[in-house]
Ligand binder design. Structure first.
Ligand code: AMP
Ligand code: MG
Length: 403
């Protein structure tokens, strides 16, 4: 059985090989959050475009603004002012944050280190050449590539595009992800479930996870545990870039997903991973659609999506696969888990102390959505560490959507 790291590598290798054409479209910077760039973005000019003051204070020649110096103030420069006249020797000018430093000046002394009496400024500290000035061109030169194709656009990347005037960005279209739940017991969330039925919460969590991972969810509802219904709905799902199924991949008599996929010509790369929850996770390819058969218990579905589907969506968007958001924390309460599988336990990490501290939450196993809805991370218990004592360092996998 593959470890979860091996299974992730398998997904990454296969997603790199898909031959589905990747399409792109121009998008406004206002509307490109979470998209992956399909072009390089270059600077339109040098940055900063002028020697910029980072303080409110006085522009000086550092050699003149020594401790105890007094200099006449020859005027003021506001942010946005056109600066033509050089600083006259033996004077200073008042300058605001974001304003251009005049030629001749080589330092800005912050207001707090000066005293003003009429037109004379007293300097309480020695100025050092270069202080409180960002030299023009020191951040970027003109025509420099500052955002590269394959980068996922977050708020800072969008601000950078806006800064250089790149208001339209060519981006990869989001991979379309068909979502199909399975199970005779599953009813739509707007129906009243019978006494032994359950609502289709997996389709909702999967759609949310697809969005967070940068895909476009295509919900296909639920298939009954019958070959004909499964086959018809899976065939519909195979029209999309990715098909994610929930349920029907365990050992039960009515777990038919693999059989139906096999009949449709799927090739499988794994059908079990050494993890709990999520062990029966299936990954394959069918008609060039990547297919994930995730176990139906909700926490299993959510964990296996994070581990295996997210990197596939990165690659299908032209980005590199994101690393898992794994951190380390101090274990807040001793743990005992059966060895042999890597466990992902719903847990809460708190950052109040010197080191982050994590505690596993009480839960009733992989059907317990309530526990996961109180968790901000998964506590990762390695396959070989059956007992972990309070105070030991443990890996945690952050829930990036809320943590
Ligand atoms: P399965 O993997 O098909 O054996 O499903 C395991 C369990 O997960 C079922 O007994 C249900 O309780 C639950 N389950 C399956 N599908 C869903 C779904 N779409 N939404 C919520 N829970 C589900
Ligand atoms: Mg089932």
């Amino acid at each position: 059985m593959l470890t979860y790291e091996q299974a992730r590598r398998t997904v990454i290798e296969q997603a790199q090989k898909t031959t589905r054409p990747r399409t792109t479209a121009p998008r406004s910077v206002w509307d490109a959050l979470g998209f992956v760039l399909a072009q390089d973005v270059k600077t339109d000019r040098q940055y900063p475009p002028f020697d910029r003051s980072t303080r409110d204070g006085f522009a000086v020649r550092a050699s003149e603004a020594v401790l105890g110096a007094k200099l006449p103030c020859a005027g003021e420069i506001k942010a946005g002012d056109t600066v033509g006249t050089p600083l006259k020797p033996g004077t200073c000018v008042q300058i605001m944050t974001g304003a251009a430093v005049p030629a001749g000046a080589d330092a800005v002394v912050m207001l707090e280190h000066t005293r003003r009496e009429g037109d004379t400024v007293h300097f309480d500290r020695e100025a050092i050449a270069g202080q409180s000035i960002v030299a023009r061109g020191s951040e970027a030169s003109p025509g420099q590539t500052i955002l590269s194709s394959g980068l996922r656009l977050g708020y800072a990347e969008l601000a950078l595009a806006a800064q250089v005037g790149a208001t339209q960005l060519r981006c990869a279209n989001k991979p379309r992800v068909a979502i199909l739940s399975t199970g005779d017991e599953v009813v739509s969330i707007d129906e009243a479930p019978g006494a032994f039925q359950i609502r289709n919460s997996n389709s909702v969590s999967l759609a949310a996870q697809v969005r967070l991972a940068g895909g476009e969810p295509v919900p296909l509802g639920n298939a009954a545990d019958r070959v004909e219904d499964l086959r018809a709905k899976i065939e519909r799902g195979l029209k999309e870039d990715v098909l994610v199924l929930s349920g029907g991949v365990s050992m039960g008599k009515y777990d038919l997903v693999e059989t139906v996929l096999q009949d449709l010509g799927a090739e499988f790369y794994f059908d079990a991973v050494a993890i709990r929850p999520g062990k029966p996770a299936v990954f394959g390819k069918c008609r060039d659609t990547l297919v994930f058969g995730l176990p139906g218990n909700p926490v299993s579905t959510m964990v296996t999506f994070e581990l295996f589907v997210t990197p596939a969506l990165d690659l299908l968007s032209g980005a590199a696969a994101r690393d898992l958001p794994l951190l380390e924390a101090r274990l807040g309460a001793a743990l005992h888990e059966k060895a042999g599988l890597t466990h992902f336990l719903p847990a809460r990490v708190e950052w109040s102390g010197a080191r982050p501290q994590v505690k596993a939450l009480r839960w009733q196993g992989s059907g317990d959505i309530i526990a996961l809805a109180h968790a901000n991370c998964f506590l990762v218990v390695a396959a070989d560490s059956a007992r972990i004592e309070t105070g030991e360092t443990v890996p945690i996998l952050l829930r990036k959507d809320i943590a």
